[in-house]
Design a protein around this ligand. Structure first.
Ligand SMILES: NC(=O)c1ccc[n+]([C@@H]2O[C@H](COP(=O)([O-])OP(=O)(O)OC[C@H]3O[C@@H](n4cnc5c(N)ncnc54)[C@H](OP(=O)(O)O)[C@@H]3O)[C@@H](O)[C@H]2O)c1
Length: 324
């Protein structure tokens, strides 16, 4: 009886960033909501920190509504780190009290909140070496880097790789994953951040405003276009024989090439126990270092997310901390 009352209190009157229709930043509100019980295979998480990704506003605008559907209100945010509060039926790997990190699926979302529900299969034990804010900055960007470089490109020692946007959320961890695999990395970034890119480990850092693909004819085994600004022709020209271009911002043309041409691969990040175990091990060893920028409370989350959407990030991932 007491347990049920406590559980009910945790489900009612929670706060989160949510919206009632697809649209611009004006649809976002911090509101009370009621969290359901975790269903079979799901866990309920007390969110200690959550991080923002460009997909948050792409979904809010309705750009992925064929995948995200028309059910509202809809919470914002996918990445999280927190503590398991309740587990649903058939949950076997995790238990109440576990410190975890992960990301909800596209449809679920809602981690910019005091509590959220996530599938057990995309929730993982948090590496001990990092705090909740650092852990919340990792799931989607590391899963993207891993899916692209390890699973799709099979990046190997001695290979040469170009990463566009090498200091962005995906770019920053991709540089580290590439170095973990023994590859040499060239990266593009804004001119003012060149030293930061070199300190991270890229062998050559190029200002993206001055980047000229024709200077890199036949130069790379892998081109990872995290910003999405390269053309198919530029990728083809820069790739060595047998090389592969990885696209995470697919245009219709890139989608077609992803189907008809072995040199081009469209990446959809996915979190698996195997990849996140490897990521966690690398984090524990200090080989993948999270890059947390601004940390804001839930009450300031909307303005910080809108600023990210309009002006980009500098200095690391935007983290929302509902516990502040
Ligand atoms: N398909 C998938 O599964 C998947 C997964 C994750 C992300 N994505 C997509 O991938 C993209 C990047 O995500 P993110 O989290 O890394 O975003 P982000 O953190 O905003 O990073 C973007 C980076 O691109 C840099 N940049 C801006 N203009 C550029 C240009 N013309 N050339 C090269 N770099 C440029 C920015 O540098 P400055 O800030 O210094 O200007 C910034 O470092 C987003 O569109 C996101 O939606 C797709």
């Amino acid at each position: 009886m007491l347990y049920s009352a406590v559980t009910l209190m945790r489900q009612l009157g929670l706060k989160r960033v949510q919206y009632h229709r697809y649209g611009g930043p004006e649809v976002l509100k911090v509101e009370d909501f009621t969290l359901p019980e975790p269903g079979p295979g799901q866990v309920r998480i007390k969110v200690m920190a959550a991080s923002a990704n460009p997909m948050d506003w792409k979904i809010r605008k309705g750009e992925m509504k064929f995948l995200t559907g028309g059910k509202f209100p809809r919470g914002l945010g996918h990445d999280f780190a927190g503590i398991i509060e309740a587990v649903g039926a058939n949950v076997t790997r995790l238990k109440v009290g576990d410190e975890v990190f992960g990301a909800t699926g596209l449809k679920e979302s809602g981690t910019f909140a005091e509590a959220a529900i996530c599938d057990e299969k995309t929730t993982f034990i948090k590496p001990r070496a990092i705090n909740f804010e650092e852990a919340a900055s990792l799931p989607i960007v590391t899963a993207t880097a891993w899916t692209a470089l390890v699973e799709k490109a099979n990046l190997r020692a001695g290979q040469r790789l170009l990463i566009t946007g090498c200091l962005g959320g995906v770019g920053h961890v991709s540089v580290q994953v590439a170095m973990l695999r023994g590859a040499t990395v060239a990266g593009s970034c804004s001119a003012s951040r060149r030293d930061e890119a070199l300190a991270l480990g890229v062998s050559e850092a190029v200002d993206y405003r001055a980047f000229d693909a024709s200077n890199y004819h036949n130069s790379f085994d892998v081109v990872f276009d995290t910003h999405g600004s390269l053309t198919i022709a530029q990728c083809n020209d820069m790739l060595r024989k047998g090389g592969v271009a990885l696209h995470i911002v697919p245009t219709p043309l890139k989608m077609i090439y992803g189907v008809i041409n072995q040199r081009h691969k469209i990446i959809f990040a996915h979190l698996t126990p195997e990849s996140m175990a490897e990521v966690s091990a690398a984090v524990e060893l200090g080989k993948i270092t999270p890059q947390v920028g601004k940390v804001v409370p839930l009450s300031d989350a909307i303005s910080a997310i809108v600023d990210f959407e309009k002006n980009g990030l500098s200095g690391g991932k935007l983290v929302i901390s509902p516990m502040e």
